[in-house]
Design a protein around this ligand. Structure first.
Ligand code: BGC
Length: 876
């Protein structure tokens, strides 16, 4: 029986506090007969039913009058199918609008701290306000934001498990607010709201090279509007302005340093009614309008604890500390349960790896990542910091008051709580662990915004990293909401010239502010990727001016030869041949990289304009792209197809970005690429730019065996070398840890950077054979390319239409492929035997063929150290 599932609005998982007046709706038609398809649907809301003919079910335009602020609307959908079958009405999706207009805010900022204290780790603040409830309340909402990060309590209870709110945006332009349902926390009579505030990203120290202090302002402030709805539907704003009081908080905290919490300093009952706050101070009130930034509703999910890990080993050290290994490198915190006399302090140290038997803290640079808890002496106390986050696998617990017991210390994993949407498995344990590592590096680096790394004094929205990783991110998790927000910040921080900062939000901490290719190109490529993978045309509309400004900027930066070929460039960053202290000194000409990206982005932008029906732009930029291509060839490609530079990255760019016009040139470039890869003994010779492309480039020229050989290499530098060293995340450098166990001496050595994990997209599309052939996977191409000695591989993805999957196995010369196409999509199967394409409709299909393996050199066995991490067991 066909039915509607997964009715959702925009890319959000929760529907209250939505910021759009016309949220687009999506749903899945599940359980339909194979090949059947929706031909019409009805949407009902506010007692109105709108019937539409058509197959659309992804991001369908809101068909009703626009939502107004606070409006609650129940929406449901039913569909008619071509077979004549009709679904029932779906479950209702209750949508609740947030505060959609600036004028909906009728409160001012409340600030317990108007000027920044001396530089150093700073104290938190407690603020409280009281109010009386004298009529039954059917709905109570807190709309809140902050300068700094805040934790909210109502009558002593946190109404949310959200952490690090309001998250990090380009605060000068956009600050997010949260909408909380606090109905269950209210009681008749006196009530109180309590807020603890900390520096977070707004104030304090952020950035590398010593960082920048008080980047956005010197105040900490809370903006909080409480509204109660009574049974007759009346909404009243509760006036809190005269009741706010504050005190210094019980903690000092910063994102990089860590949190020191003294439980003795928590005033008992401080966030509940009936508490005497006469000794508290009156905060300054700063007019709402003195901050010009837009207040915006979140488009992505909140940051929260998504998993709890127990240590896989605990060791008592000679110095009395306990060393804990959680078996997995994470972004997160420790959670302790301790019983200790009042005033006893336990200190928690964190590191990603060990070096010479000790926590390797040097890679953390200016982010000490040390927390401490001072006990109140009140029985068993449970605590986890709330105003910091660390990147770690190992921890040391200092001054534990007794023997450390099972469950006394756990690690909580923290990130934007996105829904998992992609899976990969194969017969190769090393490849599976590599994929698992990519997944973890994504989780660890989607802590509210897409970052480079979660551990050192950086954790910044580096544009180049997400530019290369976006396709993988779009596959593995429903990450669009997080990226939508970040892309708004990209647009907000673009200079008038269209130049894009190298990381967003931008901080002036001494890094060149000139744009770089492959980094700034995120402005075009990330929205395009979301369009391609999610079928979201709206993101092209919203980002259009930003995309265009970037293309205009790189056009303006071009020299008379039409190419962007001078000035600052990060180039093929972290090419393994570059010296550790000079990661931008790649073998590949950095201006070839910038020129190739110039052609690529210009072409993508022309396509985006065409998708939006902007024909004048589409034509103009298509011509511009063509001119850039010609200029690129004139400068970098000989008439017979030799490429200057003669490097793997240069050739991969030419092949994957389709920069070579003639088949003969492509053949020549392909042949040379294969030679170079072989000459390099199938070890990595590429940096951030070439690495995401090299396997695709080899596959594109039919060198699939070589692609596997490179992918499965485990000698340094290679993707599987870190796996063989027990890595549980993707490293920033191929040799972040040297074979002798020492940490790379470079001052920039992280064990958790997703950029080089962008190869997972190749594993999904080419190894397993699941790729979009039309935006949003409305058409799927199943073209697995077996090799590398693999006997099976499979991938599954929750597309906007439902689950699509591709699973193949080999038995001798027999190759069998089973694919799943969701209702509303079609597929094409391209067997490795080269037989004609097979068209498929929705449903499950199994096909097989004779396929003689060309694996010239089957996978080498990967060295394992099974004691290194718990997850080895899962996949071995
Ligand atoms: C970051 C990178 C980034 C690079 C560019 C590094 O410090 O961690 O991932 O893309 O700088 O300069």
């Amino acid at each position: 029986m066909a039915r509607i599932t997964s009715l959702r609005a925009e890319h959000r998982q929760q529907s209250h506090g939505i910021g759009s007046t016309a949220p687009r709706l999506s749903w899945i038609v599940a359980g339909a007969a194979p090949g059947d398809v929706q031909i019409g649907y009805e949407i009902e809301a506010r007692g109105e039913v709108i019937a539409v003919e058509g197959t659309d079910s992804n991001l369908v335009a809101w068909p009703f009058a626009h939502l107004t602020s606070r409006e609650v609307v129940a929406v449901r959908v039913r569909a008619r199918l071509r077979s004549g079958e009709a679904t029932d009405w779906s479950d209702e999706l209750e949508l609740e609008a947030g505060l959609l207009k600036r004028s909906d805010w009728a409160v001012d900022w409340v600030t317990p701290s108007t000027s920044a204290p001396a530089e150093g780790v700073r104290g938190t603040y407690l603020a409280r306000a009281t109010f009386t409830v004298d009529a039954p309340v059917v709905r109570a909402r807190v709309y809140a934001s902050a300068h700094g990060i805040y934790a909210l309590e109502v009558n002593g209870i946190a109404p949310t498990d959200e952490l690090l709110a309001p998250g990090w945006t380009s605060y000068g332009h956009r600050v997010r607010y949260q909408t909380y349902d606090v109905t269950p926390q209210l009681t008749a009579g006196q009530n109180a709201i309590g807020v603890e505030l900390s520096d977070g990203w707004y104030r304090g120290r952020i950035g590398f090279h010593g960082g920048v202090w008080d980047n956005y302002g010197t105040d900490l402030a809370i903006l909080l509007q409480l509204e109660l709805t009574t049974a007759d539907g009346t909404v009243t704003r509760v006036p809190l302005e005269h009741s706010w009081r504050w005190l210094p908080g019980p903690a000092t905290a910063s994102l990089y340093d860590g949190e020191a919490f003294d439980a003795r300093l928590v005033p008992r009952g401080w966030s509940a009614g009936g508490y005497d706050d006469s000794a508290w101070q009156t905060p300054a009130i700063v007019p709402f309008d003195s901050f010009a930034a837009d207040l915006v509703a979140p488009t992505g999910p909140p940051v929260r604890v998504t998993e709890v890990l127990r240590p896989v080993s605990v060791e008592k050290r000679e110095n009395g500390r306990y060393r804990l290994d959680f078996g997995q490198n994470i972004a997160g915190l420790l959670r302790i349960r301790v019983s200790a006399p009042a005033g006893h302090t336990v200190t928690l140290h964190h590191a990603e790896v060990l070096e010479n038997g000790e926590l390797a803290t040097r890679p953390l640079r200016g982010a000490p990542s040390v927390d401490s808890y001072t006990a109140s002496g009140d029985g068993v106390e449970q605590w986890s910091p709330r105003f910091t986050v660390h990147g770690f696998r190992y921890a040391e617990v200092e001054n534990w008051p007794a023997e450390l017991g099972e469950g006394d210390v756990e690690a909580v994993v923290i990130h934007s709580d996105m829904q998992r949407s992609g899976w990969f498995q194969s017969s190769h344990p090393g490849l599976n662990r590599l994929h698992e590592n990519v997944l973890w590096s994504m989780r660890d680096n989607f802590v509210d915004l897409p970052t480079d790394c979660p551990q050192r004094d950086e954790r910044l929205g580096w544009t180049g990293d997400i530019q290369v990783f976006a396709p993988t991110a779009a596959f593995l998790y429903s990450s669009t909401g997080v990226l939508q927000s970040w892309l708004r910040d990209v647009a907000a921080e673009q200079k008038a010239s269209g130049s894009v900062p190298n990381f967003v939000p931008w901080i002036e901490c001494g890094f060149p502010s000139d744009a770089s290719a492959a980094w700034g190109d995120a402005a075009v490529i990330v929205p395009w990727t979301i369009y391609e993978r999610l079928g979201d045309v709206g993101i092209l509309e919203t980002q259009y001016e930003s995309m265009k400004a970037w293309v205009d900027q790189i056009t303006a930066l071009a020299r008379p030869n039409g190419l962007w070929s001078d000035g600052f460039q990060l180039g093929d960053w972290l090419d393994p041949a570059a010296p550790p202290e000079s990661p931008g000194d790649s073998k590949t000409d950095k201006y070839l990289v910038s020129s190739a990206y110039q052609a690529h982005s210009t072409r993508l932008f022309a396509k985006a304009a065409a998708v939006l029906g902007k024909t004048v732009d589409a034509e103009h930029y298509a011509k511009l792209a063509q001119r850039t291509l010609v200029a690129f060839r004139d400068e970098y490609v000989t008439a017979t197809g030799r490429v200057v530079s003669d490097t793997v990255t240069a050739l991969a760019l030419c092949l994957v970005f389709d920069l070579l016009p003639e088949q003969s040139m492509r053949d020549r470039a392909g042949k040379r690429l294969v030679e170079l890869v072989a000459e390099g003994d199938y070890r990595i010779q590429t940096g951030f730019v070439g690495t995401p492309l090299v396997c695709d480039a080899l596959a594109a020229v039919g060198a699939i065996d070589e692609a596997y050989h490179l992918l499965l290499q485990d000698q340094l530098p290679s993707w599987l070398y870190p796996v063989s060293m027990g890595a549980t995340t993707i490293w920033e450098r191929w040799d972040s840890m040297l074979p002798n166990g020492e940490v790379n001496p470079g001052e920039m050595t992280s064990f958790n950077h997703y950029a080089l994990g962008a190869v997972a997209d190749f594993m999904h599309r080419v190894v397993a054979g699941l790729a979009p052939a039309a935006p949003g996977y409305a058409r799927v191409v199943f073209a697995p390319k077996p090799g590398g000695g693999l006997s099976s591989a499979e991938a599954a993805h929750d597309t906007p239409y439902g689950r699509a999957s591709s699973a193949w196995s080999r038995d001798g010369d027999r190759f069998t492929l089973t694919v799943e196409v969701p209702t509303g999509a079609t597929g094409v199967i391209r067997l490795p035997s080269g037989e004609p394409d097979i068209e498929v409709t929705s449903g499950t299909h199994t096909v097989d063929c004779d396929y003689r393996s060309i694996d010239r050199d089957p996978a080498r066995p990967v060295r394992w150290n099974p004691h290194e991490n718990q997850n080895n067991e899962k996949v071995a």
